[in-house]
Design a protein around this ligand. Structure first.
Ligand code: ADP
Ligand code: MG
Length: 399
């Protein structure tokens, strides 16, 4: 489906002050350094577009869950310095999101410059979608336009995704538009055969997405703990594997939907087991021989081959959810082979979504050229979009 919202390309941005909502909600390591700056990198096209046109770019974002309290642990100062490094130019940081200091900092900033403001969630008004707060943020930034580019937060109705659009003409940034195009393509008009790969922890989190994909896909390949839940509900004994209780009805519904759609719905025929998630040996069993007391922690070798065959013949692939307990490399084979198959078949439009799956794909790909068509920056937002839900961060923009 084409993107029906206005974007920064549709407005006269030249030399103006533009307020940009990004998603700088990045992970940190034990030392307190940014461990993955993928979301900051993803914001660069919009920021560079605006800088090229002489704008003052004022950036707002949230980081973590400080719950309305100022807490240096969740400051945007480090993401601001990382942005400076990535842009190769200075970035001013102001330790508030509204008020006189913000107003003055923007006033004295030269054209063609970037200012990053402090964490929106230091104010509880942000998550409360408070109009007065949104108005103050808009006014203190002195901006003439608001650009929504924080796709990862677009499924929330917060002050910086919803209320703010009452106070400034609001359009989409380039990342938001790109996310929408890739993710809506999945359910609207995927090049076929279209294969979905689903895994991860739970099915209950993702019922609507799984139903939608069961309806639209030519093949659904299920792995990870999600597969254990399916297997356990069709009478397979899965030992002590992670299984989600109370999902019998959900599992039946999904299998029915898949059956009606005429697509294939493929569960593992073998699994790699361990006595615990920390296990350092990988033993593969048919699903009918999973030993009591053991845990299915990855898809098995025959299943991996079968999944990869299906993937190779696809034109579009959407992947959400690791195929196993991939935090332990012994049980990351399934996920790694899927990544490899996608990466070595560049003719496939490969779209990866979900927080943990995106992390896995980034780590797997390393720093080289991105071998996938698109890795979504939005976990929940991406899944909501695929499920067909309307995202406040998109709906509120100008048509
Ligand atoms: P995403 O964030 O990509 O949507 P999820 O959050 O649903 O993915 O699932 C990721 C988690 O699922 C990971 O922590 C992974 O270890 C866990 N997981 C996947 N398969 C298994 C399994 N067989 N046993 C235990 N945990 C698993
Ligand atoms: Mg997750």
């Amino acid at each position: 489906m084409s993107f029906k919202k206005r974007t920064i390309r549709d407005i006269p941005v030249d030399g103006r002050t533009i307020l940009v909502r990004t998603d700088f909600n990045v992970p940190f390591d034990e030392k307190g350094d940014i461990s993955d700056d993928f979301r900051i990198r993803a914001s660069l096209p919009t920021i560079k577009y605006l800088l090229k046109r002489g704008c003052k770019v004022v950036i707002i974002s949230h980081l973590g869950r400080p719950d309305g309290v100022k807490n240096p642990k969740f400051s945007l100062e480090k993401p601001a310095s990382r942005l400076a490094r990535l842009l190769g130019r200075p970035v001013r940081f102001v330790d508030d999101v509204k008020g006189e200091r913000v107003y003055q900092a923007v006033r004295v900033a030269p054209k063609n410059s970037v200012i990053v403001l402090e964490n929106l969630r230091f104010y509880s008004e942000e998550e409360a979608n408070d109009s007065n707060f949104a108005k103050e943020v808009a006014r203190s930034s002195r901006a003439e336009y608001f650009v929504q580019d924080g796709f990862g937060a677009a499924h929330r109705a917060h002050a910086s995704t919803a209320a703010i659009t009452q106070f400034l003409p609001s359009v989409a940034g380039l990342l938001l538009e790109k996310e929408y195009r890739f993710l809506s393509q999945i359910t609207e008009n995927p090049a076929r055969p279209f294969v979905s790969i689903l895994g991860g922890a739970k099915v209950s989190d993702k019922i609507q997405v799984v139903e939608k994909l069961a309806q639209k896909s030519d093949g659904v390949l299920v792995g990870g703990a999600m597969a254990n839940t399916f297997l356990a509900n069709i009478g397979v004994s899965v030992g002590s594997s992670k299984v989600e209780d109370g999902q019998k009805q959900t599992v039946e519904n999904i299998l029915n939907i898949a059956k009606k759609s005429g697509g294939e719905f493929i569960l593992p025929k073998d699994v790699a087991v361990g006595e615990s998630t920390a296990s350092d040996s990988r033993r593969v069993y048919s699903i009918h021989e999973i030993p009591d007391g053991e845990l299915a922690l990855d898809i098995g070798d025959k299943t991996i081959d079968k999944f990869c065959d299906k993937i190779k013949n696809a034109k579009t692939v959407f992947w959400n959810g690791p195929m196993g307990y991939s935090e332990n490399s012994v049980f990351s084979h399934g996920s790694a082979r899927i990544a490899l198959t996608l990466a070595s078949n560049p003719q496939i439009v490969s779209i990866i979504g979900g927080g943990d799956t995106a992390d896995f794909a980034h780590k797997w790909a390393g720093d080289g050229k991105m071998p996938f068509s698109h890795i979504s920056t939005g976990g929940g937002a991406g899944l909501d979009l695929i499920a067909g839900k309307k995202l406040p961060g998109i709906e509120n923009l100008l048509d």
